[in-house]
Ligand binder design. Sequence first.
Ligand code: ADP
Length: 449
Amino acid sequence: MFKKVLIANRGEIACRVIRACRELGVKTVAIHSDVDRESMHVKLADQSICVGPASATESYLNIPSIIAAAEISGADAIHPGYGFLAENTYFAEVCEACGIKFIGPDKESIEKMGDKITAIELMKKAGVPVVPGSNGPVNADDAKLFSLAKKIGYPVIIKATAGGGGKGMRIVNAESELKNAIAMAQAEAKASFSNPEVYMEKYIEEPHHIEFQVLGDRFGKVAYLPERDCSIQRRHQKLVEESPSPLISSALRKKMGKAAKNAAAAVKYVTVGTVEFLVDKKGHFYFMEMNTRIQVEHPVTEMITGIDLVKEQIRLAAGEKLSFNSEKIKILGHAIECRINAEDPDKDFIASPGKIGKLYLPGGPGIRVDTHVYSGYTIPPFYDSLIAKVIALGADREEAIDRMSRALREVEIEGIKNTSSLHGKIMTNEHYRKGSVATDFLPKYIFGR
Ligand code: ADP
């Protein structure tokens, strides 16, 4: 096991990783920007080092500073959390070159899965069903563009090869919109990922976003855990996640789980990752992408399996064997996670940074809250707006929803706007309560457009 882990992140995920390390008896080093001096992760860690000013490029993305911090503190491993450098091949490579273990998959896995076109190619070879598409990059001046789109069939979706966070995506309903949509997606992709490459695939109508947590060890063993349903999204970004999915039968779970396992095995995947699929109205599923990191929504899987995924991730990175088989996993109830953001839901979700006054976060039976905020904490305007994840576990879906509804009513965060009221509306919505809803749920049933 590692002796000391540096956490190259901030916010709730940095706190989550520190907690896992502490339970494993591993010392921790927090890094922070100068505005994050009073952050919870700094308080929780054994040691902390300032790596730069507020701008993420100069702090949480500043590779030389982070590596220097690891070397000065004597950390033998780095946990990247999610976002920032979590899926940065170069960072993984630098860690390796400096003799510091990167707590994640090998750089080859990140590289292959990070480029969506390469990932789709690989999945086809591994026999995993993929969304019908262009099988490569597209440009507005391609001679065969219109015939290709026609063959795929409208509506199509243009997506960034390097995409993430729902950015660089455009839905195209007709030929007349195609060229413009490609140009716009390319511009957004270039601005967000410094890579303008985009591809085209069939737009699956009213799909459900179903993903599988996979885990792999250095001895070639791969396992999957029951699915997460992440269909409740705003602008292609997840807001609510649950497990298991009301849409998935145990037969389909097995089938999709095996496909996810094959996807991970195809890149000899080590540590934790997520294989994402779209499922259409007929129950057909298609590989969409693989995320090579721990995800925001990992707690719902922890709640229904009893497995601590972050501890498991650290153990697997340290070279330990995978401790369970997928077939033996029992589903221990139903879990839902709501992402509470410091945003104003009544003003087009504009960010709402600032100082938190009185703070009351929910508790009671079946409730877990993962957060880094406290009363008197000032949310800086520079980073992600996620301030807390409320997770509810119930014996069944109905109890999980009831517990979540009651927990959301207990939330009190003075001084800033937050999205808990929107989550309250989702939990009481009759369509949501009935079962799995598609990715168009929010615009259709909550915003009414
Ligand atoms: P990102 O990496 O930016 O998160 P994803 O490929 O994971 O992008 O897609 C995010 C969301 O966008 C999906 O959950 C889904 O709602 C929507 N989406 C992506 N591809 C398609 C598609 N082919 N058809 C319909 N919706 C899609």
